[in-house]
Design a protein around this ligand. Structure first.
Ligand SMILES: [Zn+2]
Length: 210
């Protein structure tokens, strides 16, 4: 599996490019910004984008999606519970001081249990509300990898004080869905360094049972 992780934009959102060496199919997850850099990596590996997957509708994760769709023709996928946040992108842009990205169109709503593929690599969608109502994680079971969006970070969890956030829901998502995965699963958070489920189960102060 080709897996490039590229921190994009002023908030350094971890954009993932996941590609299959044999078929050259790829998916891009959270193209928040810096689409020229994303396109350069895609052409370096000779990859064709099949899906643009958004873990949640915060501007630092979705801001470059329309530009990437225009360049590749790939559909944009997001859970429908975040559609209302998409209507607030101008406000979100003002919060972090970046130009508004314009209207983002979603081609398909991703529901829990659905799969998204890039050649031989398959991700299962896990709906993990809490950071936002429509937050999802992408679980690559065969590759033992989780793209966690802003639900789980190394040593921390997603903030829940923004519109649509819920501390109760994120803790339920983490305990019932995310921590149900095997310890050896590598976690790629929406920001910052990689970790594993086992590490976080053992040492994450928000998850350790007191
Ligand atoms: Zn976020």
């Amino acid at each position: 599996m080709i897996h490039e992780i590229l921190p994009v934009g002023p908030l350094q959102c971890n954009c993932s490019i996941i590609g299959d060496e044999a078929s050259h199919e790829a998916m891009v997850i959270d193209p928040g910004d810096d689409i020229e850099d994303v396109l350069a990596l895609l052409s370096k590996h000779n990859l064709h984008v099949k899906h643009i997957v958004i873990t949640h509708a915060h501007i630092d994760h979705v801001g470059g999606a329309m530009k990437l769709r225009a360049a590749t023709g790939a559909p944009i996928l997001l859970n429908q519970n975040d559609y209302s946040l998409l209507k607030m992108l101008d406000m979100q842009a003002a919060w972090i001081g970046v130009p508004p990205p314009g209207k983002v169109e979603i081609d398909h709503s991703l529901a829990t249990g659905e799969t998204v593929t890039a050649g031989s690599h398959t991700a299962t969608v896990l709906h993990t509300p809490g950071h936002t109502e429509g937050s999802i994680c992408l679980y690559f079971q065969a590759e033992k990898k989780l793209i966690a969006g802003d639900t789980l970070f190394a040593g921390s969890i997603g903030r829940t004080d923004l519109p649509g956030g819920s501390t109760q829901k994120i803790l339920r998502s983490l305990h019932e869905t995310v921590l149900a995965l095997p310890d050896e699963t590598v976690v790629v958070p929406g920001h910052g360094p990689l970790t594993t489920i086992g590490n976080e189960r053992e040492s994450n102060p928000f998850l350790v049972k007191r």
